[in-house]
Each structure stands twice: as C-alpha cells, then as structure tokens.
Design a protein around this ligand. Structure first.
Ligand code: F6R
Length: 234
C-alpha cells in the first residue's frame, strides 16, 4: 500500500485528481466510483480539469434499495450532481434501486463488472472499516449482493436525510471479490472519525471484521488520507 498524507481534504482532492489523470494517461477506460462526502473534492478537481471521460465507462459501488434514481438521496442523483452532469462518461452504471427482482439485479450488475474490468476503483471507508457496503463480517469472496446496513452506517448516513428513520436499511453493493479484481485502487479517508478504521485497514490483521483490511493483499493500492485520519497510525 502506498500511503499519502495531506493536510486536509481540500489538498487531498488535488492528489486524488492526479491519480485519475495518471490512470487516463496510462490508458484506463473503466472507473469504479464512490459516493458520500469523501470523494467530493476529488470530483471537484476533476470537474475543473480538462480530463475527458467521453470514451470511458463508470461503474458505481452501490445504491440504496427502494430509492428511485431521481430521488435526491439516491446515489444516481449524487453522481449526476457531482460528476456526470459536468463530465459525461460514454456509459455509466449503477445498481437499480427499484429493480423488481433483487437477485436478477445482482446478476445483471456482476455481468456489467465482468464485461467491463475496472482499471481504477475509487473507495471511501466507513467508520467500521466497511468498503462499498461490505459491512464487518461480510465474506471477502462475495460479489454484488443486497447488504443490510449496520446501525453504525445508518447513523453515519443520517446526516444526509431529514430523519434517521428515512435512511434506507439495505443497499446493493459491489462485493469485495469484485473490488479486489480492480487493476488499481485508491481509497480516500478524511477526518478523525475515520482514524480507527484507517489504522485497522493499514496496520491491523486482515480480517472480515475490518473489511478494508483486505486491501493489504491487493498489489496496487493508494491510500490518500488527511492528517486527522492518519492520527492513529503508529
Ligand atoms: C459510498 C460507499 C461507502 C462510503 C463510506 C464513507 O459509495 O461505498 O462505503 O464510501 O460509507 O462515506 P463518507 O464518504 O460519506 O464518509
């Protein structure tokens, strides 16, 4: 793992953008993308730049179950707002939160990932060290699945909703098996509330209790964090 520590999320955004730029220069065509507050500054820097994704494909990590794409809490809506409306991709995939048959939807999404091997995957990390919505205890071998969100994740995501009860209890998530197949991975984490998860990911044992710890086994990972998120590293 290559660990890059920046003063704050703003400065890290520039570094995140550089990782995308280099990937494009090296021929990357398929980008795995994340939502949440973490990737926002990287997306801002990408939007300001002249990077061109019109010949590229994006595949998002996850989407809430039961939420329509035009709902402003959906991850589709988030991606349109922060990236796709300003930097269009040739094709952008997200799980369909309203799919009638969840099992078929997970199969469809696995095929999307198999047909479009990911060159660069961008990840955030949960306070409990989840990646995507692979919560602690999820098998490292799993592919796309419907995940039950833990209370800690529901609480953390409540800040985006009016009431905590409004946070969906389930989400489609790319599995760790699929994430690990990405050629290169960049994981970003900012703020003191991520410090424990970051320490477990980098210095802890590789265990399904800390899903991000599996990244120690991937050959090409950049961990981009701010000083606060790095504060519990030895
Ligand atoms: C989002 C995702 C999640 C988030 C994580 C951190 O697509 O897959 O794993 O990256 O929950 O969320 P933020 O960035 O809001 O702290």
């Amino acid at each position: 793992m290559k660990v890059i520590i920046k003063k704050n999320q703003q400065e890290a955004g520039v570094e995140g953008y550089k990782v995308f730029k280099e990937a494009i220069q090296n021929g990357a065509k398929v980008f795995g993308l994340a939502t949440g507050s973490t990737p926002v500054t990287t997306y801002e820097e990408i939007v300001k730049s002249d990077l061109d994704f019109s010949d590229c494909t994006s595949i998002n990590l996850d989407e809430y179950v039961g939420i329509s794409p035009d709902n402003d809490q959906s991850y589709k809506y988030f991606m349109n707002e922060h990236l796709f409306s300003k930097k269009p991709f040739k094709k952008s995939y997200l799980p369909d939160g309203l799919a009638e048959d969840p099992e078929e939807e997970t199969k469809r999404y696995n095929k999307v990932i198999d047909d479009n091997p990911i060159d660069l995957q961008l990840l955030g990390i949960g306070r409990n060290a989840h990646i995507g919505f692979n919560e602690p205890g999820t098998s490292f071998d799993l592919e796309t699945h419907v995940a039950d969100l833990t209370d800690s994740t529901i609480e953390a995501n409540a800040r985006f909703f009016e009431h905590v009860e409004d946070v969906p209890k389930q989400a489609y998530s790319m599995g760790i098996g699929s994430i690990m197949k990405s050629k290169k991975i960049i994981l970003e984490a900012f703020g003191a509330e991520k410090a424990d998860a970051v320490a477990k990911m980098i210095e802890g044992p590789v265990t399904e209790d800390a899903p991000a710890s599996i990244l120690q086994k991937h050959p090409d990972v950049v961990v981009l964090i701010d000083e606060a998120a790095a504060s519990k590293l030895s």
